[in-house]
Design a protein around this ligand. Structure first.
Ligand code: HEM
Ligand SMILES: [Cu+2]
Length: 674
């Protein structure tokens, strides 16, 4: 008698035969349609959209916290927040914006876009990809439930010891921060492994590394930074957990511990962290700028290798956050120099972007405006960054509003402006309609003005000596005027974000009466624009064969002797259509990623309240892993599953190997004619 497959039950089916029926819980959900499908989807596109939606939700929370800060500081002796409440609000604001907004928006674009840019059908491990997303979401919600369970974390986003100890912060706020970020850390690590394997293993034939779009390159560097940085933070967090839960004294100087250990561990993670936030935005700008300059990116290898250089050099500068922590003159000198050096590869990018625009046919549509916004605002942030690297000057600047201005110029002016360019540029590809261009331009200018009104004055306040993290200030220091300008700016900024959200719904409503903008509304350069919008579940059919960088562009345009583009084919001739039969195998939806992830916050609540909860949470995680391991690789009856017999094993996505040397003539031949 044949042994039944795991997850199957051998049932007598009369006439002595045995029928193998999958155990109910081990069958895979069949439909990839309807709202429920979002909970079981393993489709990288849906996961990308969910990362984006969740991050925008957390952005609103972080933004409201920022407005509370600004209202509190509108005038001397503000009374909106108490000192303790203020500590909670800026800690949660900083933590939310970094871990629950900027990082996941990077993950949203990486998940949705990168597989399309390399010509893949999905990421290497779709169920792990879903698991990563749910870990991020549940970790973020867990962290924010602190607001309803005694108050948010109050030790600042970098949580210095001994302030983070139970002596100085007895409530559970910091435990929610710690456990919440341990859970989101799992999301980052599993996500990083997944995306690295996908880039290195799943590229379309001919898509060699040096033909990949810059965003995919920056995604690869970002995932390696995550792979090495998150474990450092996790190690520090486990020490903090032991200090707070079991009096371990790792950071307690009276018991031989060392608070500086936390600072070193946190910033060994923390500085690469700032680069893994900015590099995806850099990648987006490097792919969008050529489209609106109608020129290829200037110095592609330099743009790529400067990103890789930043990825490496970012590990050698962490102690510039500790110039006044007593690390000694030699360390100060060394880290001062390494910090100055890292300005070089960053400068290379700004030079190459400027050279790409130079003598280009610039089209100032909204995505392009936000790209120019990033280049200008990040340059300002970069320059103030260089002033920090001069240690004696930093002694004056550190812990003042000059620093607050700096990191908002690089994080908001840099990363967020870059993401806004990506939203407006890729919106038609993801959702099948264009965002309203007039509202888009107003959105940009309102955000640009609001941003500079909010954070520009902070440079002045900082040099005037206003410390950060003070919940109020006395009259007579001359801080009033610029604080009021900054608060007005913050509300203009909030208005621009409200306008962005309005534009989403307005354009969606309008789209109902408008024609689909087609696969390539911007006349773009990379292959994600040669497939229908919204992108069909199977992405490409057939998988394209790549012959050069900007492969899609050169399917549409040839070049005259003086490198002027000349049309050689109409867009719809070279684009793939969603019409007709598409016989493509796809991984099936699954319950188990969300179930397994759901057990983690329950373990977290158990650590804070009752170990019974930890037990229950632990059982859910174990059951989830078992269910995951035992579920059939695929449900042959599943409606979404267009079997294609020439595809091998079912289940996880099959990689299309991209030979890293150029294609034989005959292969090139086959594809282009197709
Ligand atoms: C939406 C508009 C925003 C406004 C008005 C704003 C305002 C502020 C202000 C006033 C502070 C200083 C609080 C203090 O030191 O007392 C602050 C801190 C901070 N902000 Fe923002 N911010 C905004 C967006 C962002 C974004 C997009 C990020 C991106 C990552 C961010 C990251 C941070 C961080 C990390 C801190 C430090 C928190 C700490 O000291 O622990 N902010 N923000
Ligand atoms: Cu740093």
């Amino acid at each position: 008698m044949a042994t039944p497959d795991p997850g199957q039950l051998a049932l007598p089916s009369g006439n002595g035969a045995v029928e193998h029926r999958p155990l109910g819980v081990f069958t895979r959900p069949s439909s990839s349609k309807g709202w429920r499908s979002w909970f079981t989807s393993v489709d990288h596109k849906k996961i990308g959209v969910m990362y984006g939606a969740a991050a925008l939700f957390f952005f609103i929370i972080g933004g409201l916290e920022a407005l509370l800060i600004r209202v509190q500081l509108w005038a001397p002796r503000g009374t909106l927040l108490t000192a303790d409440e203020y500590n909670q609000v800026f800690t949660m604001h900083g933590t939310t914006m970094i871990f629950l907004v900027v990082m996941p928006i990077g993950a949203a674009f990486a998940n949705y876009l990168m597989p399309l840019q390399i010509g893949a059908r999905d990421v290497a491990f779709p169920r792990i990809n879903a698991f990563s997303f749910w870990c991020f979401l549940f970790g973020g919600i867990f962290l924010n439930t602190a607001w309803f369970l005694g108050g948010g974390a109050d030790g600042g986003w970098f949580m210095y010891a001994p302030n983070s100890s139970v002596v100085f912060s007895p409530g559970h706020g910091i435990d929610f921060w710690n456990i919440g970020l341990l859970i989101t850390g799992i999301a980052s690590l599993t996500g990083a492994v997944n995306l690295i394997v996908t880039v290195l293993n799943m590229r379309a034939p001919g898509m060699t590394l040096m033909k990949m779009p810059v965003f995919t390159w920056m995604t690869l560097v970002t995932q390696f930074l995550l792979l090495f940085a998150i474990p450092v933070l996790t190690a520090a967090q486990v020490l903090l957990l032991f200090d707070r839960a079991f009096d371990a004294n790792f950071f307690n100087v009276e018991a031989g511990g060392d608070p500086l250990l936390w600072q070193h561990l946190f910033w060994i993670f923390g500085h690469p962290e700032v680069y893994l936030m900015i590099l995806p935005a850099f990648g987006l700008v490097s792919d969008i700028l050529p489209v609106f300059s109608r020129k290829p990116i200037f110095g592609y290898p330099f743009i790529v290798f400067s990103g890789i250089a930043i990825g490496f050099m970012g590990w050698g500068v962490w102690a510039h956050h500790m110039f006044v922590s007593g690390i000694g003159p030699v360390s100060v000198l060394v880290f001062s120099l390494t910090t100055m050096f890292i300005a070089v590869p960053t400068g290379v990018k700004i030079l190459n972007w400027t050279a790409t625009m130079a003598r280009g046919k610039l089209k100032l549509d909204t995505p392009m405006l936000f790209c120019i916004g990033l280049i200008t605002m990040f340059t300002i942030g970069g320059i103030s960054g260089v002033t920090h690297s001069v240690a004696p000057a930093d002694t004056q600047q550190t812990d003042t509003y000059y620093i607050v201005a700096h990191f908002h110029y690089v994080l908001f002016g840099g990363a967020f402006f870059g993401f806004m360019a990506g939203f407006y540029f890729y919106w038609p590809k993801v959702f099948g309609y264009l965002m309203n261009e007039t509202l888009g331009k107003v959105n940009f200018w309102l955000m640009f003005v609001g941003f500079n009104l909010t954070f520009g004055p902070m440079h002045v306040l900082g040099l005037q000596g206003m410390s950060r993290r003070i919940y109020t200030y006395d009259a007579g220091y001359g801080f009033e005027f610029w604080n009021q300008v900054a608060t007005i700016g913050a509300f203009v900024l909030a208005g621009s974000i409200a306008l962005f959200i309005f534009n989403i719904f307005y354009s969606r409503a309008k789209a109902k009466s408008m024609a689909n903008p087609g696969p390539d509304p911007w006349d773009a350069r990379t292959i994600e624009w040669m497939i229908p919008s919204p992108v069909p579940e199977y992405n490409f059919d057939p998988i394209p064969t790549i012959t050069r960088r900007d492969d899609f562009w050169y399917r549409k345009y040839g070049e005259t002797e003086d490198h002027m583009p000349v049309r050689i084919a109409a867009t719809d001739e070279v684009c793939q259509s969603a019409e007709g039969e598409h016989d493509v195998h796809l991984p099936s939806p699954s319950y188990w990623p969300i179930v397994t992830a759901f057990g983690l916050p329950i373990v977290g609540y158990g650590l804070l309240y009752t170990h019974w909860l930890s037990l229950i949470g632990g059982l859910i995680v174990v059951a989830g892993i078992y269910g995951w391991a035992l579920e059939p690789p695929d449900d042959p009856e599943a409606e979404h599953d267009h079997h294609d017999d020439d595809h091998g094993p079912v289940g996880e996505v099959e990689p299309d190997r991209a030979e890293d040397e150029d294609l034989s003539e005959s292969e090139k031949e086959v594809e282009t004619v197709g």
